[in-house]
Design a protein around this ligand. Structure first.
Ligand SMILES: Nc1ncnc2c1ncn2[C@@H]1O[C@H](COP(=O)(O)OP(=O)(O)OP(=O)(O)O)[C@@H](O)[C@H]1O
Length: 265
């Protein structure tokens, strides 16, 4: 019997990611075969510049793959229209959005764009999803503020709320907690975990919060110079895979505390 757990929301087949400039090809990683299952909280970890954002941009159709295929369910990514994709997948990127005079509420309401009618007026359903996203991210106190009045941390929560309002089965976030303090980082991680457990969303995030990722994720995708290692979080901690993330004599992975610790000598 196929359970919800084994239901694959996204998978890649022999994916090769990177950049093509004129006749020059820069390969960042290849032979990538990963799958994301329904209800799973997956963290993508790797050191600076290893290719996490490149992978996320390729999985979300922001940039083309060099080779191979990304499937959303059974359908190849390139054959899905942008409007249909926006109903299946929401994306939170670190890039700043263009300057605007929108209020927080209006920004979040933009998450409903794939569903709104041609004049863009909000239905009762739209309003309910927006209100739920606002309460889930705990930002009711700032909904009347303008975009340019927000701190980086507040803006990050608003962008997550916009993705939640989009109400997709799959949510992909590139370093969603980069500007947040420790309390807000934990809050966001717990929120993402709850979305998976309670609402069976599939959440993929790239992150440098290794300690939080190891405590809360169901699965990991580890990127290092040799390629990708994907699997169950506890397994990758105990089989030593996590310790390969940083090949440096500055830090060592301590599996018992699930942390990289600074070498003292
Ligand atoms: N437009 C581009 N053209 C060519 N190379 C690029 C481009 N964008 C990024 N790169 C290179 O691709 C590699 C991977 O970058 P990427 O941003 O995916 O890493 P990352 O793991 O997300 O890093 P970080 O943790 O620092 O955000 C880097 O060497 C980077 O210089």
């Amino acid at each position: 019997m196929i359970t919800n757990h084994s239901h694959i929301v996204l998978k890649t087949e022999n994916l090769k990611i990177g950049y093509q400039h004129k006749k020059k090809t820069l390969c960042i990683a290849e032979k990538i075969n990963i799958s994301l299952s329904k209800g799973q909280f997956i963290c993508l970890l790797g050191k600076n510049g290893i290719g996490k954002s490149t992978l996320i941009r390729t999985l979300t159709k922001v940039q083309p793959q060099l080779e191979g295929t990304v499937f959303i369910g059974e359908i190849a990514l390139e054959s899905i229209t942008n409007i249909d994709l926006a109903k299946k997948m929401s994306l939170v990127m670190t890039e700043k959005i263009p300057e605007s005079n929108l209020t927080v509420y209006e920004l979040i309401a933009l998450g409903r764009q794939p569903y709104t009618n041609w004049i863009g007026s909000l239905t009762e359903d739209d309003v309910n999803y927006i209100d739920l996203a606002i309460s889930q991210t705990n930002i009711k106190h700032i909904i009347d503020k303008r975009y340019n009045e927000l701190s980086d941390g507040q803006l990050q929560k608003v962008m997550i709320a916009r993705a939640l309002a989009q109400n997709t089965d799959l949510i992909i976030l590139d370093e969603p907690t980069a500007h947040l303090d420790i309390q807000n980082k934990v809050e966001i991680y717990k929120l993402l975990k709850t979305l998976c457990q309670k609402y069976h969303k599939t959440v993929l995030i790239s992150s440098h919060e290794i300690h939080l990722a190891l405590q809360l994720s169901d699965e990991l995708i580890l990127m290092n110079e040799k390629g990708l290692i994907a699997g169950d979080t506890e397994t990758l901690i105990t089989d030593g895979s996590v310790s390969t993330l940083f090949s440096s004599n500055l830090v060592t992975f301590d599996a018992s505390s699930k942390q990289f610790v600074i070498n003292t000598d």
